[in-house]
Design a binder for this molecule. Sequence first.
Ligand SMILES: Nc1ncnc2c1ncn2[C@@H]1O[C@H](COP(=O)(O)OP(=O)(O)OP(=O)(O)O)[C@@H](O)[C@H]1O
Length: 948
Amino acid sequence: MNASKKSDKSIFPSTPARTPLFTPKRAPSVSSVSSTSSLDSRKAPATPLLTANKKIKAPLSVESRRNHVQKPKSTLAPIPSTPTRSNGGNSRPRTPISPRKGAESPLLMPAASEMDVSNVDPESVLVDFETVEPGDVSGEIDEAWLKTALQDHGKDDKVMVSVRIRPTDQHNAWIPVQSEGGIKLDPNYAKSTTATSTTSFNFDAVLTGTPNKPIYTTVARSHVHAAMDGYNAVIFAYGQTASGKTFTLSGNVDEPGIIPRSMKDVFGFIKRTPTREYLLRCSYLEIYNENIHDLLAPPSTAAANPVQIQGGNGSDLILTPLREEVITSLKGVKEVLKRGESNRRTACTDWNDRSSRSHSVFRLVIESRERGSGAAYEEDEALSTGRATTPNPMNGRHTPGLGGRQTPGLSGRNTPGLGGPKLQARGGRSVQTSVLSLIDLAGSEKATSDKERTREGKYINTSLLTLGTVIGTLADNSAKKKTDHVPFRNSKLTRLLQPSLSGNARISVICTINPDPSAIAESTSTLLFAKRIKNVKLNAQKKEVVDTDALIERYRKEIEDLKNRLAEREAEPVRNRRLSARQQIDESKAMKDLNGRIQQLTKLILTSQTVDDNKGDDSRPTSPSKLDFDMSPYQLKEELLAARNQLETQATQILSLEAALTARPPLPADAPEEEKARVIAEQAKTIRELEFVVAGYEENLGEPLRAVREDVEAEWRGKLEEEVRKREEKERWAGELVKQLEKEKAMRVKMEVERKALAAFVSKFDALGLGAGGGGGHGLPLPRAGGASAAFKERQEMRQSGKVSAIDSGSFASHLFSHRKSGDEGSSGGRAGGLNDVSNGGGQQHNISIVVEQCTGASESPMRMPEALRGQPSLMEQPMLEGPGEEEADLSFDELEVEHQLLAMSVRGMPVPSMNTANRWKVANAGAVGKGRVDVFGDKENVPVAGQ
Ligand SMILES: Nc1ncnc2c1ncn2[C@@H]1O[C@H](COP(=O)(O)OP(=O)(O)OP(=O)(O)O)[C@@H](O)[C@H]1O
């Protein structure tokens, strides 16, 4: 790897070197790849121009990561614990030499730096205008700039989008229209490329050239200031590989990029803000192959403990375990950045000697609160810390130090939670919290000639694609006022960016493009991404945490004082208070004021508590300041409940005291003593009377009244017993009625069944033309000689010969009747032997009448067969009548079966053919009955057989 390339990625290298104008590497042919390439071979000094066509392979990034760290010991060495100011006046905030007891979180790795936030007392590492070193302040900030800062791009609710065109000494395919923030494709290339129809774009700024200062001033400074002012801010670079993202973000020693410049600006801002004090803590992480690694943790432990993202949708996220280091000077930042940079995964690709193989995120958490001074501050401090503070002789500030109030959990214990303690809202001073995120994305790229690079490239491209989709959906939602699901969770990158992209951040995006004509497609894709993100709506809000504990405590104290004063006055004997009328008026007014103030404070306590409750987890989800993470969630809940109960009890006590105060008898302050004594006497009498009423009611009723009451009670007792007896009688009667009703219901059901059976029987008779209105006189056919058996037989024969496909509903019955045309009389021999073979003779017809009797008992049948019919053959055995034109009856096997049973019921006592008869008939007909129909008869085989 050549030296100049290395220096590009190192923000603060030891040996400054000017960067030559960059010409990107072309993807070389496979033949040009030197298999003997090594790190040493790449050390030969060469400009990017000279190395442009030379493919050099880097060792695999993961394995080489530790080798790549050139001075691991020095980079991980702790920052000097006691930095001193050159003027010897105010001292820089000190880093405690020994970690606090119990500060180690089991989830965090052993500290590699004493500035690890979990090892320090935040109150001792605050930065303010007095502690900022002159050299740490950006010399670039001047009054003129402060005016321009008012034209803050981040103020509106849109993402600030800029394009940076990397310089080239070859053909430039893109023409900037800088004054209008536009960029368009050179018409010569526009014609030749079919990559896109859109060739001209407009953004907030289009920037060219190598200097990073104008880039920072234009795209980043206002966002850094917004972050210092309490807004979350995100600045990220997006673009294809080797287009200049890292150069823009980190830069080099000659051209420091956005990250080092913004850090300088942070200290400059603090220097110019004497009213506030700051706690600055930073973290540095990378997303490599969809795993998040802590770049500030020792590489071995970072690899073994990938950072996890926790937290709700859209709200703040918790990254754990992630080391956060407190910074108090630019030197500290340099140290942290250097360490992080050295742990970053970079590798030589076909296009970039030191291509970032991961997305890197440098986060600076800025917490600030007003600097306290004066008597009120002293008192607040004492209230907050529970002890008097000692002014620091060096800077005059009150620093409670290690023994001071740190991060009380609800239990009151000092417990640094996960991620370390944070600045506390104290002494009634609220804390503003914001996060500045500076993100260097890995570049999108085509498949490379190296397997590992290709694998990394896939992860990179996938997460960038997801970022594109997320941005697209957000833009679409904003434009069309929709609320479509945004797939933030599809990649670690978008998940990490979720709170910011959801709107609560000011965002600036620098899209870097490679102006080479061969990269027009990729550049266009980058520009389309830039266009989409421009439409995402933002609504960044400041986050302020109020010290409700301190406020409530102060109110309580005041209420206590007021109550004491009131009590003293009331306790003073009247005779001792010989006051003039004027004094009495004044005192009355003072008492009234005291009461008013107590009420007001009580309300404030309740409001503060409500605010605190409402904020709950939502207000500071990431803050461990209110939570003791050593406790189980159950214990925390218990504590919370206990604290609330206590507060409520106190509030109730206060309210009842107030009520007692206001309920005192109204008496003008200037009323004479006699008058007061009279009012008191009256009140005492009233109280005695009420006591008499409450306690002695029974005693005062007297004997005669008691006797009357007993008489009345006896009378009513008798009436009650009579009513009870009557009710029992009625219940018995109702029970009888219910039983009768049940019986009747059963009877009805039975009758309904019989009625239906009878109706079916009658309808069958009618259908057969055997009913009273049926016979020959009415033209309905009568069964003819040969009977149903002959018809059935013929039917089966027809089926077997294929003339009839199956015995279908009604067809068998029709054959019963149509069969008489065949004149087959011989089949009657199939009848059951025990039955009378009665021929009705040729075309003779019968009139069959049925007597239906009312069913009078369970044993009686509703039907009686007339005498005339007794001895007649059953319907099945009756021969068919002959006669042209008779209609076909609609009978199926089942219907015949029903008919058969009905007949059996109706002619009880008569010899009735059983279904066995029919079965025998079936057998006699040589199995002509379809096998599939046997089940039609089924267990009706068991019907009692008459005559057998
Ligand atoms: N504006 C610029 N002026 C001069 N040199 C530049 C400029 N932009 C980029 N370069 C040079 O181009 C090379 C590639 O740039 P850089 O590493 O920043 O690209 P990148 O987009 O971060 O690539 P990757 O996505 O692969 O990490 C570097 O050597 C860098 O010094």
